[in-house]
Design a binder for this molecule. Structure first.
Ligand code: GLN
Length: 457
């Protein structure tokens, strides 16, 4: 099959089916077909790499030169970046064909994809029984599009679970790499010390192929790590005999329903059959992760989002009376409720008199959480746990209760605070809805995670 035929096939599927999911914000049909044609020519000339002509999509948080990049916000609804993110440039150089930009929670804030200015995304799972369920968030568009077979792979970002939780809720495979492994340059900033680009696809193998393109040092990102990039597909078939698996006891608590727990324990049993040894470990500070994250992430967001002032880019209010009016109305009209809530919380936490009590305290907790992981990885090679406390919930169920929404992140967020890599791998069903197994690794052990996930699939 030629790349043009393949690209056409996926574009047709998007056209026919995405009305019910709303997983794409922008579809770049003409550009995709032109790129596919170039790819076919390269292939004919014997100049193809594995990615040449392969369709994929970008989360709408990665800047794409000449193509609208909205971060799911009214503030950037008309923003067309004049440059590519490093991740975008890498896929372009590899010859991949971008079909468009996927929907997401506004500025990646959310766990249900209901905070997007472009409307909620609907999970393909559960739809046939008449329920409109959330795909998870914030990378819900990427996850739903892959689950609905509208695209074989998509980029995503994970600041506090936004790759793993939607991957779990949509029954696909996702990887959040070690902080610093994938460049943040041109990725619209939410919480810079946590933001990390990563991969989503159906299988671990496809995730490995994506990470091969995305990972690497970038001098344009000051927290990018200068470290050799292995071929992530090379160790997929290593046997798992002797793999030491730790089950963090804090992640098997009463927050987890017996049905969810059963699926995770079944998956762990499969690993034992594959030769892994399993023991209980402890992450004693994990219970503080949500509280620390929801101080640190909003604090950084309040600083990052101060650039949206109606002057340089994005939305500008009509007829401002003076500079103050310009700032105030632009931000009041351009940001949605969840983003405003984060800016207010973050500004408060950073203000004089409260900085020590909230922000500094949260940073100290973060350090303790990091130490928990370092200690655990002295005893085991990987940790396994649930990804989310429940399968996909019905749209609207948590929209009026921000704290209930934040609790969706209970098993995913400590990983971000520590900066370690983690995956979500499909691991069965509860009530007919997909459930994920979280596999967490030590710093830069993405290859080990991909190997473990591949052997399970
Ligand atoms: N639920 C997290 C939040 O709302 C998700 C953040 C993310 O990973 N982008 O902050």
């Amino acid at each position: 099959i030629s790349s043009v035929e393949l690209t056409r096939e996926f574009l047709d599927r998007i056209k026919a089916e995405d009305k019910q999911y709303n997983s794409f914000i922008t579809v770049t049909e003409d550009q995709a077909l032109a790129d596919a044609k170039t790819a076919d020519e390269q292939r004919a000339a014997g100049k193809a790499s594995v990615w040449t002509g392969v369709p994929f999509a970008h989360k709408d948080i990665f800047c794409t030169n000449g193509v609208a990049t909205t971060a799911g916000s009214k503030m950037l609804a008309n923003f067309v970046p004049p440059y590519d993110a490093t991740v975008t440039a890498n896929f372009r150089a590899a010859g991949a064909v971008c079909l468009g930009k996927t929907n997401m929670d506004e500025f990646a804030m959310g766990s249900s994809n209901e905070s997007s200015f472009f409307g909620p995304v609907t999970n393909p799972w559960g739809l046939s029984s008449g329920d409109k369920r959330v795909p998870g968030g914030s990378s819900g568009g990427s996850a739903a599009a892959i689950a609905a077979r509208l695209v074989p792979a998509a980029t995503a970002t994970d600041t506090g679970g936004s790759i793993r939780q939607p991957a779990a809720l949509c029954g696909i495979t996702g990887l959040k790499p070690t902080y610093g492994r994938v460049s943040r340059y041109g990725m619209i900033a939410f919480a810079s010390s946590l933001d990390q680009g990563g991969t989503m696809a159906r299988t671990a193998e496809d995730n490995a192929l994506m990470l091969n393109v995305m990972a690497g040092f970038d001098r344009k990102d000051s927290t990018s790590v200068d470290r050799a990039v292995p071929d992530y597909t090379a160790s997929l078939n290593e046997p798992l005999k002797g793999l030491r698996v730790g089950l963090p006891k804090e992640y098997f608590s009463d927050q987890l329903s017996p049905a969810m727990e059963q699926q995770v324990r079944n998956a762990v049993k499969e690993y034992e059959k594959l030769g892994a040894t399993v023991k209980e470990v402890s992450l004693p500070h994990a219970k503080l992760a949500i509280a620390a994250y929801y101080v640190i992430a909003p604090a950084e967001a309040s600083a990052n989002l101060s650039r949206f002032d109606g002057v340089r880019y994005g939305y500008r209010c009509e007829n401002p009376q003076d500079l103050n009016d310009l700032y105030t109305r632009t931000r009041a009209e351009g940001f949605g409720d969840e983003v405003k809530r984060r800016i207010l919380v973050g500004t408060y936490a950073l203000s004089a008199g409260y900085f020590d009590a909230y922000y500094l305290k949260a940073q100290k907790v973060r350090r303790l959480i990091q130490q928990d992981f370092i200690n655990a990885f002295k005893e085991v090679d990987v940790l396994m746990s649930p990804v989310s406390p429940s399968p996909a919930f019905v749209q609207g169920a948590n929209t009026n209760d921000p704290v209930a929404m934040y609790l969706e992140d209970i098993f995913t967020i400590a990983v971000n605070l520590a900066g370690v890599p983690a995956m979500s791998v499909p691991a069965g069903f509860v009530d007919g809805l997909p459930v994920g197994l979280q596999i967490i690794g030590n710093y830069f052990e993405e290859a080990r995670l991909l190997n473990a996930a591949h052997q399970f699939q």
